[in-house]
Design a protein around this ligand. Structure first.
Ligand code: ADP
Ligand code: MG
Length: 258
């Protein structure tokens, strides 16, 4: 079992003063899988993402990536090791082009820094061109329309395309795992259906890639993941296929209590 785990959380937790925001969460993610996290507002879902990605340092427990303990490592190193994410609120550079927003996602794994650009401009230029080609490939997989509009500023995009672009930027990291925090927020039915198709297409394009998705749209949660995890008051209270999880009394209680 150990050898097939991509991500392993063991008793993961964090306390903010008197508040235990995430409380001893155990979770295993395997390669090529989709897992959705659901739970009431304030349950600790986004905080769990911040623990996995190194934005917060846990006060208890461990994060293992393919068996390697990455607990408490800085966010940039965890990104380098292959965990990419999007945030609950959009974090695009509106003034930069769609293409440049994807290229920025590669910085965690390219060596070209300011010094290279100054001292070895020819090499820096070559590397940037290679990045642009790769970013164009990623845009094509995500959306032909985004690819066609790649030189336009990201700021003009509607919400659904912004989400799509954020996923493209996450893919630029060549991750093994992508964490999406409420990707369907602000989307209508059609956009949400398209988002699900996007995620399935990306998975087909990247063997081994897994998704961990915080989601509140139950149509998506019912359709997309093989496993649903329910968080309430920082604790994992249920895990399994949606059809089973939704019938559990503890889960129904957590939602009725909202
Ligand atoms: P969710 O994403 O499930 O809606 P969050 O993870 O954002 O919930 O928040 C869980 C709890 O942790 C909330 O009570 C929130 O106020 C608290 N919290 C999150 N981040 C911090 C922080 N940096 N300092 C103090 N409390 C925090
Ligand atoms: Mg949240």
């Amino acid at each position: 079992m150990m050898s097939t785990a991509l991500l392993d959380l063991k008793g993961l937790g964090i306390r903010f003063g008197g508040l235990v925001a995430v409380d001893g969460v155990d979770l295993t993610i395997r390669p090529s899988t989709i897992t959705c996290i659901i739970g009431p507002n304030g349950a600790g879902k986004s905080t769990l993402f911040n623990l996995i990605t190194g934005i917060y340092r846990p006060t208890s427990g461990q994060v293992l990536l393919k068996g390697e303990d990455i607990t408490g490592q800085p966010a940039y190193r965890i990104a380098e090791k292959g965990i990419a994410r999007t945030f609950q609120s959009s974090r695009l550079f509106d003034d930069l082009s769609i293409l440049d927003n994807v290229i920025i996602g590669m910085h965690a794994r390219t060596r070209t820094g300011v010094l290279t650009a100054l001292l070895r401009p020819a090499r820096a230029k070559r590397e940037l061109e290679a990045c642009a080609v790769e970013a164009e490939e990623i845009l094509r997989v995500i959306s032909d329309e985004l690819y066609q509009r790649r030189y336009e500023p990201a700021g003009i995009l509607p919400q659904a395309d912004r989400r799509r672009l954020e996923i493209a930027r996450a893919l630029a990291l060549k991750p093994q795992l992508i964490l999406l925090d409420e990707p369907s927020s602000g989307m209508d039915d059609r956009d949400t259906a398209a988002l699900m198709a996007d995620i399935r297409r990306v998975m087909a394009d990247r063997p081994g890639l897994s998704f961990l998705i915080i989601e509140h749209d139950m149509r998506l949660v019912a359709d997309l993941p093989e496993t649903v995890v329910v968080i309430d008051y920082g604790k994992k209270i249920a895990e399994g296929p949606f059809a089973e999880v939704r019938l559990m009394p503890r889960v129904q209680q957590a939602y009725l209590g909202q």
